[in-house]
Design a binder for this molecule. Sequence first.
Ligand code: NAP
Length: 471
Amino acid sequence: MAIQSINPANGEVIETFEPFTEERIDQTLARASAAFRQWRGASFAERATLMRAIASALRAQRAELARHITEEMGKPIGEAEAEVDKCVWNCEYYAENAESFLANEAAPSTSPRSYVAFRPLGVVLAVMPWNYPLWQVFRFVAPGLMAGNTGVLKHASNVTRCALEIERVISEAAASVGAPAHLFQTIITPGSKVERIIKDPRIAAVTLTGSDPAGVSVATAAGSVLKKCVLELGGSDAFIVLEDADLDAAAQMAVRARFQNTGQSCIAAKRFIVVESVADEFERKFAEAAAALKVGDPMDRSTQVGPMARADLRDDLERQVRASVAAGAKVLTGGEPLPGPGAFYAPTVLSNVTPEMRVFREETFGPAAAAIRARDEAHAIELANDSDFGLGGAVWTSDTSRGERIAANVESGAMFINGMTASDPRLPFGGVKRSGYGRELSSYGIREFVNIQTVWIGPVVSAPPVSTSAE
Ligand code: NAP
C-alpha cells in the first residue's frame, strides 16, 4: 500500500511514496554493509570532516528543511527551524568530542599493558518517530557515524519526505568530502516489515524511538536473534510544584513544557502535581496562560500551537480527555477539537485529575495537561512514581537541596529542578520502566553501539603463561 504524507494543517495529501520492494530493501542492506567495511577504517579526523560537512549543509538548507518538517507534521515553523539548528549542534558536538569519548582506556590487569578499545559495531537500524523528524534521527546519525558505524533508517510513515531529505543531505555531504557512499540510507516500509529487517544478518543492532507497543515488537524481534537494542519510548513526566515555588515562573514554564511541539514530545510535562496549598493559584495561572496561546497555521510565525500531526492522533487525545472528564476531571480551558479541516485541538488544562483516570495512567501525546493535587512532598513523590513510565520530570521549589532530594526519589531518567526537561547533546537521555532502556546523546549514547573490546598484551614468550585463575 502506498505511503502518504498529509499536511495536518489542512488535510491535503502532499506526496505519495511507494514502499520499497524486498529486492530494494536487500540492495539497501547490501550497500550499507559494504559501506561499513570501508567506513570502519576511517580516522576520527575523516569522520569529523564528514560530520562538519553535514552540519554546514543543514545550516545552508535550514529554511527548506524546516518547511518540510512543518508541512509533514505541523509544528510551528520557528520550532522547525530551531530543530534544524539543534541537529547542527549535535553534529558539531560529536565531531568535536567523539574521539575523546572513544579513546582507549587503560585497564590495569595481569598484563603490564591492557586496555579497553571501542570498535565500530556494523550497520545499525534506526526506527524513528515523526514528532521531531530531523532531531530524532540526528541523535542517532551523529554518534553512529562518528563511532564508525553505518545506518539505515525506517522513519515514521507520515514523515517520509523528511527521511529522504536527511538521506540526501548526508549523501551529498559525503560526496563533497570524499567519504564513501551509502553511509546512511532510508528504507520506505511500514512498521509491520521492521521485524524482517532486524533479523537480517547484515543488521548488527537496532534503536527505536517510539511508543511502548512498538518497543515491545522491536525488542522481541531483536531478542529472538540476540541483537542489541536501545529503546527510547513514551513518557508521562511529572512536573511537581511545591508550596515554596515561584508560581509565576513555574506556570510560565509549565506552559512551555506541556504545549511546545503542540504537546507531542516524549519529555513534555504531562502530569502537573501541585501541593494543595498552592494548587488553586497555580492552576489559575497555568490555565490562563494556556488559554492565551495562539493556535493556527504553523507557517504563520505568530502561531504558538499548530495542528497535531495526524487526525487519528487528535482523535486518540479526544477520547482520553472525554473519558477523564466523564470520570470527574474538570476542564479549566479547552477540552475539545477545533473545527476546520486540520487536526487542531484546543490547548487544554484539566484539574481534579486522579490516578485512575486515563490522562494520568496513559501517555497524552498532544496539547492536554492533567493537574493533580498532592497533600505534601511525600505524596507528590508517590504520585510521580505511580506511573508505568519513567522518562523525565521536573520539580519546582525555592530550596534546591530539597529539589535534589526529591530528584533522588523519583524513578525517571532525568530530573530538572526549577526547569523543564529538555534534551541536550551533552547530557545522557533515556528512561526507566516502560520508557525504555539505554541512553542517547553525550558519551553514554555513543558507547551504546560499539564493541567494547578488551586488549590484553602479554610478554613475548616461547610458551604461553600458565593461567592462575578461573576464566
Ligand atoms: P510509534 O507509532 O511507536 O512509531 C514509531 C516508529 O515505529 C515509526 O517509525 C513506526 O512506523 C514504527 N513502528 C510502529 N509500530 C511498529 C512495530 N510494531 N514494529 C516495528 N516498528 C513499528 O510512535 P509515534 O507515534 O511515531 O511517536 C510517538 C511515540 O514516540 C510516543 O509514545 C513518544 O513518547 C515516543 N517518543 C519517545 C522519545 C524518547 O526519546 N523516549 C522521543 C520521541 C518520541 P510507522 O509510522 O510506519 O507505523
